[in-house]
Write a new protein. Structure first.
Length: 293
């Protein structure tokens, strides 16, 4: 499933094409994805102008000029393809064949610029809903989301505040979307390794008895922001089905320090450990027992 950097990469790829454009026509080629489409979905979108393109956690938010927001989730295999003026050209560098099966093109947005943006989803775990902007914050999809890890809210003090008193393993707490929205398995593993913190340690250990951040909390806050920023800059990670809107594949996986590197030497300087895999809450965790404490 695409994680926050992949979704942010998709947002940045779509923004130059969609922002300020009118949705001249919307083709809805099936009744549902993971959930049924909203009533009169294509009709309600037709003629609307895209006033903004944002992201909240792993959700894409398309602000429309009538006050509604098109909320989109990519699910396991959702992706967008941008085509300009029917030429089939897919703009962007690092282009590779993403293997997109056009039989799974479920929604096509025809823009006033002459471009088309096609949503393709082989497994159909993605979804699209329309929500009034005034109700977005209380909508069930958004109401319980935590802070944004790429925003200014995440620092050592806030991290200590969120983790204080929690007995859950640190990795589990970091992936709790009610605390920090958008952090997923891959980048939590990577950030914990950079911060030299064990995924199994108690989450509450990031705060002192007085609630102040420990040195580990300071390292982790920096590591989370750095690893996410680097992944966004690199275009995200290509794992199974993910591809950028221009059809190119993400390549941050070439910079993974621990994820999916079981038995490999630990890349931490002067560490003689090897990368270990364990299962936490049904998900693979990769870390070094020697340098992550």
């Amino acid at each position: 499933m695409p994680e926050l950097p992949e979704v942010e990469t998709v947002r940045r790829g779509l923004e130059p094409v969609m922002l300020g454009a009118a949705l001249v026509k919307v083709e809805q080629r099936r009744a549902d994805l993971r959930f049924p489409f909203p009533e009169r979905f294509a009709e309600r979108l037709a003629g609307r102008v895209v006033a903004g393109l944002g992201r909240r956690a792993k959700y894409l938010l398309v602000d429309l000029d009538d006050g509604e927001v098109l909320v989109m989730h990519l699910g396991m295999s959702g992706r967008f393809l941008i085509e300009m003026n029917g030429s089939g050209v897919t703009p962007g560098s690092y282009h590779q064949d993403a293997g997109q099966d056009r039989r799974h093109d479920h929604v096509v947005f025809h823009l006033s610029s002459g471009a088309t943006v096609t949503y393709n989803d082989t497994r159909r775990f993605g979804f699209m809903v329309l929500v009034p902007r005034t109700e977005l914050g209380v909508h069930p999809l958004m109401a319980k989301l935590g802070i944004e890890p790429l925003g200014n809210e995440l620092d050592a003090d806030r991290l200590a505040q969120l983790m204080a008193g929690r007995a859950a393993p640190l990795k589990a707490a970091l992936m709790d979307q009610r605390l920090i929205a958008g952090l997923g398995n891959i980048y939590v593993c990577e950030a914990l390794h950079r911060a030299r913190l064990s995924p199994t340690r108690r989450a509450g250990s990031l705060a002192t008895a007085t609630g102040r951040p420990t040195e580990g909390a300071r390292r982790l806050a920096i590591a989370i922001r750095e690893v996410l920023a680097e992944a966004v800059a690199a275009g995200g990670s290509t794992l199974r089905d993910y591809a950028q809107p221009n059809g190119s594949l993400g390549y941050f996986q070439h910079g993974f320090r621990v994820y999916d590197r079981e038995h490999a030497p630990c890349p931490t300087p002067n560490c003689r450990g090897t990368i270990t895999r364990l299962v936490q809450a049904g998900r693979s965790t990769f870390y070094c027992r020697s340098c992550q404490r």
